[in-house]
Design a protein around this ligand. Structure first.
Ligand SMILES: C[S@@+](CC[C@H](N)C(=O)[O-])C[C@H]1O[C@@H](n2cnc3c(N)ncnc32)[C@H](O)[C@@H]1O
Length: 449
């Protein structure tokens, strides 16, 4: 296959990134937005030695599972790259990904539950970070076209809470009104790089974060005053990111107006969330995810539990009433401060949170002789480290409840726990990210000796 060649190809599978997979002359071709069962004419965009990437020119035979997507651009841009597949089939796709990863690791005897559907299928995101750039002489918000930094202007982001889109558009209009320059990546000049908006779904509180090249700019006071007038906005920050980087947030947040956090609820608990703290994105599904994890832990009043990768303490604090003691560890200091605060706010007195890397604190605790009954882990995509797993096992937990946002590292880590005498019989995918290929799972590892 060669660049710009048009090939006719039958799509036989979906890749983990939700690209249609087909074969031409024994070589694999990945076609954006194509679905299994379809025959498409596709244009080769990039050809490598044994495989190629392509985009659809014409659908010759359409899948009955194809959904006509209202926002085709955003789907192509990767914002919601599964949106062209019916929701039922999205759930089945996610389950199958987990089944196949387990099979590849020769762990076929572990059962995979049906993916737990999300109550909200669109408009579920309680946080958005969108790029700000100048397009045709005007400041725009939108998304970067796939594999590029070309901004496609957008007002309806499809998976965002519509209240968040309302505020994004209102802030965009204020920036235009006060002639604030958008960031220019090539010249490393201008001001606003990204807009972040977070919403406490239970309270309606909205936080706006202007992610900027400089700490201050001409008109910042007027812009802040105007944003504070937007209905529902309770908190405004400036995040300073002076680096030439693709990383969205800089290290420092400057409080501009209002509260220093927003409030939200999970179940009957209230949480204060500051700008850089992790909070589960899909508020409609989070209580169901935590319930599954806590039910599977089968907690006892005498239990000592660890909440590792604890964020603002949501899992440990949700479990605290069932157990004797909770100890949490989290690397982001502001999140640990939030966790301590949240324990106080909810009058929970048996939970302590510590700042540090889980792979460093867990070995320290194990060396100090800590004994645990249940360990909850909820790491980022790269999963756990062997050092963490060794130390966790040393504290003797009967169960390790693993919440994972990357099934590939989950399967790797299940094997590591199995090597240390733990068993696993069921992985439950939970759909936290409808319309995207991202997969969240919950599973429990049980000690056998
Ligand atoms: C997927 S989030 C889970 C947060 C929380 N359990 C929740 O449900 O909201 C992962 C968390 O791990 C934290 N983290 C990342 N690397 C870490 C490390 N090496 N040690 C401890 N925490 C870490 C991140 O800051 C983030 O808060």
């Amino acid at each position: 296959m060669q660049k710009n060649q048009i090939v006719e190809v039958e799509i036989t599978d979906l890749s983990y990134e939700a690209m249609g997979v087909g074969h031409v002359d024994g070589e694999t071709v990945f076609v954006t937005n194509a679905l299994p069962g379809e025959i498409v004419k596709a244009k080769i965009l990039k050809a490598k030695k044994n495989f190629a990437f392509a985009k659809i020119e014409e659908i010759v035979k359409e899948s009955p599972d194809r959904v006509k997507v209202p926002l085709r651009q955003s789907v192509q841009g990767g914002l919601a790259s599964l949106a062209h597949l019916t929701y039922d089939k999205q759930l089945a796709f996610k389950k199958r990904q987990v089944v196949e990863l387990l099979k590849k690791a020769h762990l076929d005897d572990i059962e995979v539950a049906d993916t737990l559907e999300s109550p909200l299928k669109t408009g579920y995101r309680n946080k958005a970070q969108v790029p700000v750039r100048t397009v045709k002489g005007q400041l725009e918000i939108g998304f970067f076209r796939r594999h590029s930094h070309d901004l496609v202007p957008l007002e309806d982001f499809f998976t965002n809470d519509p209240e968040i889109d309302r505020v994004l558009v209102a802030v965009r209009d204020i920036l235009r009104e006060y002639h604030v320059p958008a960031y220019d990546e090539e010249k490393h000049a201008g001001e606003v790089r990204y807009l972040e908006v977070r919403r406490g779904v239970a309270t309606g509180d909205l936080m706006v974060v202007l992610i900027c090249l400089h700490k201050d700019f001409k008109g910042l006071k007027e812009v802040t005053d105007a944003i504070s007038e937007i209905d529902g906005v309770k908190s405004i920050f400036l995040n300073h990111n002076p680096q030439k980087t693709n990383v969205i947030l800089g290290k420092h947040d400057y409080h501009l107006w209002g509260k220093k956090y927003i409030d939200d609820k999970i179940g009957d608990l209230t949480f204060e969330i500051s700008p850089q703290s992790f909070f589960q994105i899909n508020s409609s599904q989070t209580p169901r995810l935590y319930k599954l994890a806590i039910d599977q832990a089968d907690l006892k009043p005498s239990d000592m539990i660890v909440d590792a990768y604890s964020g603002i303490g949501t899992i440990g604090l949700s479990a605290a009433k069932y157990v004797r003691e909770v100890r949490g560890v989290e690397v982001v200091k502001a999140a640990v401060k939030d966790a301590k605060n949240n324990a106080r706010l909810n009058q929970i007195h048996n939970a302590k949170y510590y700042a540090g890397k889980a792979e460093e604190l867990m070995p320290k605790w194990a060396d100090e002789g800590l004994k645990t009954d249940v360990i909850f882990v909820d790491p980022p995509r790269k999963g756990l480290t062997p050092e963490f797993i060794d130390a966790a096992v040393k504290t003797g937990p009967e169960k390790v409840v693993y919440i994972s946002c990357n099934p590939a590292t989950l399967v790797r880590d299940i094997q590591l726990f199995m090597d240390q005498g733990y068993t696993n019989s069921l992985v439950s995918p939970v759909d936290m990210f409808p319309q995207t290929p991202h997969i969240e799972c919950v599973t429990v590892l049980k000690r056998t000796n």
